[in-house]
Write a protein of this length. Structure first.
Length: 440
């Protein structure tokens, strides 16, 4: 029997207080008065105007969904996780109903600090560029509408929400909640794999059994994270495979990476001429126009117009190196700081094309940033043995696709060139130039 203290309105949609809001595909998301109060704040409403996938839309036209929609989906997953876990004696011995409310709020607000094209910009790890967590801190702790709603409507200290988003404490309940919000089998991945796949028009991220995974959730042996029962093994393997294929075919699709690399170079060159605080707070459409205006009559104009202008013109892929097949060339370019990679790009352009980037930017290198993917680590519980075992030790799928770094298989080094010069770059000469420059 469920303790009546766990009878939260978001977990009991038959209550009068719990309305519904519909998000694709046919999800009835519990929409209580206190959830509505958060959603209606100025700070949350801005997420309607920031796309979830940014430049992916230049390749997959349907990928125009917003972080607003995604946030509602993540919150819905939090409610589903909690509806299951509140039946687990170990979970309710660690977490209280107030902790559950904190998770619901953090799930809804987990992307609060994101700005337009946040991930490509953060991947460059540039000085004087704040990370999106700093913006989340400002929105949560500032004297704004959101702060007031959290305190007066939810009776939640905004510092506690921030602690889930950016860890400061290490008590078991907070660690457990964080593993639900951001872990191997978390409510964020559970939503974005499905939602991104839907809007991109591909099946890859939707081919795993979300209901089976949720119903198999338990608490790990240490009590600081989630695990799954053996019944969820296949569903977990399919989730890992879905993530692998979505990275391969969508997030790191070569044309998506061409657009991303063009954007990154243009932003790098123009960043000191832009009001960055305004850029990060604006709607995505406004930020794009400010960037295009700033780039007029500069070497970045063809890059920005090729992405955002009336005629789409992405740089063409002229070479591709994977860590496994092309280790030497991959290692020569991968995981370098962005400034160093830019300098190497300029030298390579001069070597191959006889032009400098001051004249025009004709060559770009796209390489995995220094930050690498986190391995997929989750325990599997075998009830008959009363034993937890790492999923990677009993699953060939996890061993092949997750315990080895994603970068080695999906995040390839690619070289892109302006369409006018792409055909003039020969592979042997390109490889020789890379070896020569990287050895200096």
């Amino acid at each position: 029997m469920i303790d009546r203290a766990w009878d939260l309105p978001e977990l009991t949609p038959d209550r009068r207080d719990a309305g519904l809001i519909r998000v694709p595909v046919e999800q009835d998301v519990p929409f209580t008065r206190r959830v509505r109060a958060l959603v209606d704040t100025v700070e949350f409403q801005r997420l309607q105007y920031i796309s979830q996938l940014g430049l992916v839309q230049r390749v997959y036209p349907g990928a125009s969904h917003s972080r607003f929609e995604h946030a509602l989906g993540v919150y819905h997953n939090a409610a589903r996780y909690l509806s299951h876990l509140r039946l687990d004696e170990r979970f309710v011995s660690i977490c209280t109903p107030k902790d559950a409310e904190l998770l619901l709020v953090a799930a809804l607000l987990h992307d609060l600090g994101h700005w337009p094209f946040c991930h490509p910009i953060e991947d460059m790890a540039l000085a004087n560029i704040p990370d999106h967590e700093e913006f989340a801190r400002e929105y949560l702790l500032g004297d704004g509408e959101l702060n007031k709603v959290l305190r007066t409507v939810w009776d939640i200290d905004p510092h506690d929400v921030l602690d889930l988003l950016v860890a400061h404490s290490d008590n078991p309940s907070r660690q457990l909640l964080r593993s639900i919000l951001s872990g191997p089998i978390d409510i964020d991945k559970m939503d974005y794999l499905n939602r991104d796949s839907l809007h991109c028009g591909v099946p890859y991220g939707r081919n795993f059994d979300r209901n089976r995974l949720i119903s198999s959730l338990i608490i790990n042996e240490a009590g600081d994270g989630v695990a799954i029962t053996s019944k969820g093994k296949t569903a977990a393997e399919m989730m890992v495979f879905a993530r692998y294929v979505m990275f391969s075919e969508v997030y790191w699709h070569h044309a998506v990476r061409s657009a991303t690399t063009m954007f990154a170079r243009a932003f790098f060159e123009l960043r000191e001429r832009i009001d960055l605080d305004g850029f990060f707070r604006d709607r995505e459409s406004t930020s794009i126009e400010k960037l295009r205006d700033t780039g007029r009559d500069t070497v970045t104009e063809p890059l920005l117009e090729g992405i955002f202008g009336p005629r789409r013109m992405l740089f063409k892929r002229v070479a591709e190196f994977a860590a496994v097949q092309d280790g030497e060339l991959f290692d020569a370019l991968a995981h370098r700081p962005y400034r160093e990679l830019r300098e190497l790009t300029n030298q390579l352009q001069q070597e191959l094309l006889g032009s400098t980037s001051d004249e025009s930017i004709q060559l770009l290198i796209d390489a995995p940033p220094p930050r690498r993917e986190v391995e997929f680590r989750v325990d599997l519980y075998f009830a008959k043995e009363n034993r937890y075992r790492p999923l990677s030790t009993v699953s060939p799928v996890i061993e092949a696709l997750a315990t080895r770094q994603f970068d080695d298989y999906v995040k390839k080094v690619r070289l892109f060139a302006h369409p006018d010069v792409a055909d003039s770059i020969s592979q042997p000469r390109l490889e020789q130039a890379i070896r020569s420059l990287s050895s200096r």
